[in-house]
Design a binder for this molecule. Structure first.
Ligand code: 5GP
Length: 214
C-alpha cells in the first residue's frame, strides 16, 4: 500500500454525555482541537447565546420558527427539548464527515445519544462523564453563576436519574482530574478508530498480502 493513499476507514459517532458542570465542554473541545479527523457536530438551538459563545462555533442560534422549519424538513438526525429550549443535530455536516471516513463528536444530552445510537448502532460510541460527587457538581454550577437555584436543583436531580442509567453507556470516565480524564477520552477515541469493522482497508489489503508469491 502506498504511503500517499489514505487508508479507507469508516468514521465513528462519538457521543459524550454528562450533567452540566462536569467539565464536558473542556474535554470535548480539546479532543476536537487535537484531532484533525474529528469534527464537532454544531447543534442548532433556540436558547440565547451565553457570554463568550459564538454563532457557528458553539451553536447555530436560531429562533423557534426556524428550528421548527428545520425539524419539519427532516434536517436533524435527532432533536430534543432540554430545559425549555430546543436542540438538534443537523444531518448534512455529520453525513459529509462520515462519508469522508472522518469522525463526529456529539456534545449532546442523554436522550439525544440514545436516539443516535438506536439509529446507527454500529457507528455510535457512547461515553458518560461522571462528576466526583454531586456536591462538587453543585459547587461548580454555583461558581459559574448561570443558573437560578431552581434550575441547579433540577440539574442535580436529573443528574441522579441519568447516572443511575450508567449501564447504557460503553464507557464511563470519572472527571476528578482533568488531565487523566482527557487521556482516557483520547484513548477511547484512538482504540475505537482502530476497531476492525471501521478499517475497511484491511480486507482488500489482507487479500493482496495473502496472494503474494513468496
Ligand atoms: P447547554 O444549553 O448547556 O449548552 O446544553 C444543554 C444540554 O443540551 C447539554 O446536555 C447539551 O449536551 C445538550 N445538547 C446540545 N446540543 C444538543 C443536540 O443537538 N441534541 C440534544 N439532544 N442535546 C443537545
Amino acid at each position: 500500500m502506498s504511503n500517499e493513499t489514505p487508508l479507507e476507514r469508516r468514521g465513528l459517532m462519538l457521543m459524550v454525555v454528562s450533567p452540566s458542570g462536569v467539565g464536558k465542554t473542556s474535554l470535548t473541545r480539546r479532543l476536537v482541537a487535537d484531532h484533525q479527523d474529528l469534527h464537532l457536530s454544531i447543534s442548532a438551538t433556540t436558547r440565547a447565546p451565553r457570554p463568550g459563545e459564538h454563532e457557528g462555533r458553539d451553536y447555530h442560534f436560531v429562533d423557534r420558527a426556524e428550528f421548527q422549519r428545520m425539524a419539519a424538513a427532516d434536517e436533524f438526525l435527532e432533536w430534543a427539548e432540554v430545559y425549555g429550549n430546543y436542540y438538534g443535530s443537523p444531518k448534512g455536516p455529520i453525513m459529509a464527515s462520515l462519508a469522508r471516513g472522518e469522525s463526529v463528536l456529539f456534545d449532546i444530552d442523554f436522550q439525544g445519544a440514545m436516539k443516535i445510537s438506536a439509529y446507527s448502532p454500529d457507528d455510535a460510541v457512547k461515553v458518560y462523564i461522571l462528576p466526583p460527587s454531586l456536591a462538587e457538581m453543585s459547587r461548580r454550577l454555583h461558581a459559574r453563576s448561570q443558573d437560578s437555584e431552581e434550575v441547579i436543583a433540577m440539574r442535580l436531580a436529573r443528574a441522579k436519574t441519568e447516572i443511575a442509567d450508567w449501564g447504557r453507556f460503553d464507557y464511563l470516565i470519572l472527571n476528578d482530574d482533568f488531565d487523566r480524564a482527557y487521556a482516557e477520552l483520547a484513548h477511547i477515541y484512538h482504540a475505537e478508530r482502530l476497531r476492525r469493522a471501521r478499517n475497511t482497508w484491511i480486507e482488500p489489503f489482507v487479500a493482496r498480502l495473502t496472494a503474494e508469491k513468496i
